[in-house]
Design a protein. Structure first.
Length: 262
């Protein structure tokens, strides 16, 4: 889409958008509304975690990139860091490592200046990211299928993708502190996934990250594992209940804060 056509498109969506009482880093209400309208065009989920976040002067800017596990802990991270950082997240489920760079580029080219007049004009202070849980799943023609399906990313492909992701992040965001979160456990009898595969993919991730010592590791796998049965939604489900999401969110916030304070 041409830049002029894009601006016309998002300009219509900005009519009537309310200005919240915070102090924003954008210069005018019109520019704030234009950025919010662009985000509304970009995101594809009604879940409140995907609602627009206003940049705020004096606060750090943090991006969360991840799958449904990160969607679950996003509200707690925002609450824990509300006085210290504006916590954004990727505009939809991050999915597998195959999707990472394309989704990051789409968000950058939609939201940031000079692509968008009045768009975001800040640098990320911290990017906390994860890919893995969607790489190790098995898919068939009708969805998840670990009996007859094919794995989304073989470990060799996962390592190749993660290497490209690390190179991309360090090249594009040289002043940003980067944190990779390990993939959380896969329980026995999980639909479309094999118990134990998270361990294999985490080992592969660590092999890649040895080449990128500036990228910190948030070991959410080891943090979650002792509490897995207590925190899981139900046996065989890779997702977490409110207690688990809250605990994971506090852990993520703590790790991010440590990076912000360095």
């Amino acid at each position: 889409m041409k830049r002029s056509d894009f601006l016309k498109k998002v300009g219509v969506g900005g009519v009537g958008l309310a200005l919240l009482p915070q102090v924003y880093s954008c210069a005018t209400k019109k520019e704030n509304d234009r950025a919010k309208a662009a985000w509304e065009e970009l995101r594809s989920h009604a879940n409140p975690v995907f609602h627009y976040v206003y940049p705020k002067k004096g606060l750090s800017n943090v991006l969360l990139y991840g799958d449904s596990i990160s969607i679950g802990y996003t509200p707690t991270v925002r609450k824990e860091l509300e006085a210290k950082a504006a916590v954004f997240r990727i505009y939809q489920n991050g999915m597998s490592s195959n999707d990472f760079i394309a989704k990051m580029d789409k968000m950058e080219q939609t939201m940031f200046k000079p692509y968008l007049k009045g768009g975001w004009d800040f640098e990320w202070d911290v990017i906390h990211f994860n890919v893995g849980l969607h790489d190790l799943k098995y898919m068939g023609p009708d969805g998840l299928d670990k009996e007859d399906g094919k794995v989304v990313s073989e470990i060799s492909k996962y390592k190749e993708n993660l290497t490209a992701i690390c190179e991309y992040l360090q090249r594009k965001f040289p002043n940003t502190k980067l944190i990779f979160a390990t993939t959380t456990p896969v329980p026995e009898n999980a639909n479309g996934r094999f118990a134990g595969d998270a361990i294999k993919y985490n080992v592969a991730a660590r092999e890649v990250l040895k080449n990128y010592p500036a990228i910190s590791i948030n070991d959410l796998y080891d943090y979650t594992l002792p509490h897995h049965e207590e925190w899981m939604v139900e046996p065989g489900n890779v997702h977490y209940n409110q207690l688990g999401r809250t605990k994971q969110g506090k852990r993520v916030a703590q790790v991010i804060l440590e990076q912000l304070n360095q």
